[in-house]
Design a protein around this ligand. Structure first.
Ligand code: GLN
Length: 477
């Protein structure tokens, strides 16, 4: 019998190996939790029968199944990841009832390694948002305080993990969508290096930023999932051929050089308790023999504008395919080709997605291209070079993940700029392509968790994860 939410995949695997419970009992347990927590609205759809049947099949040969690295993993997937024969909507009306024709490489690799997919989780529409409030299918509630948002865009995934509705979940991260909700829900979220995990089968938002990554209760679980789903894929030409290095081979107990960006910590918008926590962690790390130093990053004001110019440009082009003809929603009021395009897109896309398509087409339009898009590309290069320069002298960068703890539902919806500032600490890793993880290392006096973000050099996930485990052991909030 499973009586409480298992603490990690490792715990599940040892319980299964010792016959403490069956995989089917585990899946049934999570299904019960999903039912009890239906008010959170974390799942758009639960694949109950299928998950139970897959668990039963594995149970019939469980000891052999446990040879696979991820048997025991009951996984939720964000609703922008394709899973053949299942609906995928990117939480948008325009794709409502659309069914995947193939399975995302990352999802397939996890299934092949023994994972069971329990359902698809709500997100901001087309992954555009920081609060899950742009989903066409209702808000997701933060399991720690139901008046507050879970963060976004992978809000359903983070809420599901935090509420114990699954062992782990997949998210995607274009500018923070794995790390920010992980911070607000008190769980671990990893955005791998750009090109580390195949994007094949992930519904594109901004293709030069998007990465799939895991959200879980422990660093170890995120590492195990990441290592299985990463690596070269012929279906995504941006994936790297570099082999995945297991975090378990990275040296432990090493003394590192860590940079924290002075401007991010001193910035006015940062909750003082988060700042204090960062300083406390810094001091403790120094006491343990690490070097932790403030470095200058004079470009903080450029992060959000550059991110939103480039991602809206890419989004406007990626979302051109939703035209009322190829897939998904078609307006019933359309009378000819042009009104089919116009009405289907106006009725099918929500306001935030429309705003971004318009911004994106604007920054790409003749006459403005050089002033915005092309300038944005140049600034991106400067930002990337600056990060690489810092990381050539330091092993990691440490920052808060979010400027505050979870905010109230509706608090930021009328002010898009305020909402965009939620991404201030996270977009840099996507602009520069770097791997970054949010670790639940803080607890605010308001009772809510917050995360600290550790960023590493490109393809240095092994050390990033190994050191994250040390931080988790020493400083868990
Ligand atoms: N909040 C950011 C945005 O709205 C990040 C989203 C994401 O990473 N998908 O673009």
């Amino acid at each position: 019998m499973v009586t409480e939410t298992p603490s990690s995949l490792k715990a599940i695997r040892s319980a299964l190996a010792q016959n403490n419970y069956t995989l089917k009992q585990l899946v049934a347990f999570y299904l019960g939790r999903i039912d009890k927590n239906a008010h959170l609205n974390a799942f758009l759809e639960v694949f109950a029968d299928e998950a139970l049947a897959n668990a039963e099949a594995a149970d019939s040969n469980l000891q052999a199944e446990l040879q696979k690295p991820l048997t025991g993993l009951v996984l939720a997937i964000k609703d922008n990841l394709c899973f053949k024969g299942h609906k995928v909507s990117a939480s948008s009306k325009i794709l409502e009832n659309f069914e995947s024709l193939y399975t995302a490489t990352a999802v397939q690799r996890l299934i092949d390694a023994g994972a069971i997919i329990i359902g698809r989780t709500s997100c901001d529409e087309f992954a555009m948002g920081s609060s899950n409030e742009t989903s066409a299918f209702g808000n997701v509630l933060n399991p720690l305080d139901s008046a507050r948002v879970p963060g976004g865009s992978s809000g359903g995934s983070a809420a599901a993990v935090a509420a114990g509705l699954c062992t782990a979940a997949l998210g995607t991260d274009t500018g923070g969508s794995i790390r920010q909700p992980s911070s607000l829900c008190g769980v671990v979220g990893l955005k791998p290096t750009y090109g580390r995990v195949s994007r094949y089968g992930a519904i594109a938002y901004a293709s030069s930023f998007d990465q799939i990554g895991p959200i879980a209760l422990t660093v170890d679980d995120t590492a195990l999932i990441y290592e299985v789903m990463g690596g070269k894929d012929d279906m995504d030409a941006t994936t790297s051929t570099k082999p995945i290095v297991s975090y378990s081979t990275a040296e432990t107990g090493k003394k590192y050089k860590i940079a924290y960006i002075k401007e991010t910590v001193e910035s006015e918008g940062l909750d003082p308790e988060i700042r204090e926590r960062l300083y406390a962690i810094r001091d403790a790390l120094v006491a343990q023999g690490h070097t932790v130093e403030a470095v200058d990053f004079p470009y903080l004001d450029y992060l959000i504008p550059t991110y939103y110019i480039l991602t809206t440009a890419e989004a406007s082009s990626n979302l051109a395919r939703y035209d009322g003809i190829h897939y998904g929603y078609r307006s019933t009021k359309a009378t000819d080709l042009e009104s089919t395009y116009k009405l289907s897109r106006s009725e099918g896309f929500g306001k935030e997605v429309q705003r971004r398509i318009m911004l994106g087409t604007f920054v790409l339009s003749a006459g403005y291209y050089d002033a915005y898009y092309s300038k944005g590309q140049k600034v991106r290069r400067i930002l990337r070079d600056k990060c690489n320069e810092i990381l050539s002298s330091y092993d990691f960068m440490l920052t808060p993940t979010t400027p505050s703890t979870a905010f109230k539902i509706g608090e930021n919806t009328s002010d898009p700029i305020k909402m965009y500032l939620e991404d201030i600490y996270t977009v840099l890793a996507n602009l520069a392509g770097l791997p970054a993880i949010s670790l639940p290392l803080g607890k605010h006096s308001n009772g809510l968790p917050f995360g600290m973000q550790l960023t590493a050099r490109n393809f240095d996930e092994a050390r990033l994860l190994q050191f994250s485990i040390e931080l988790e052991q020493n400083f868990k909030g």
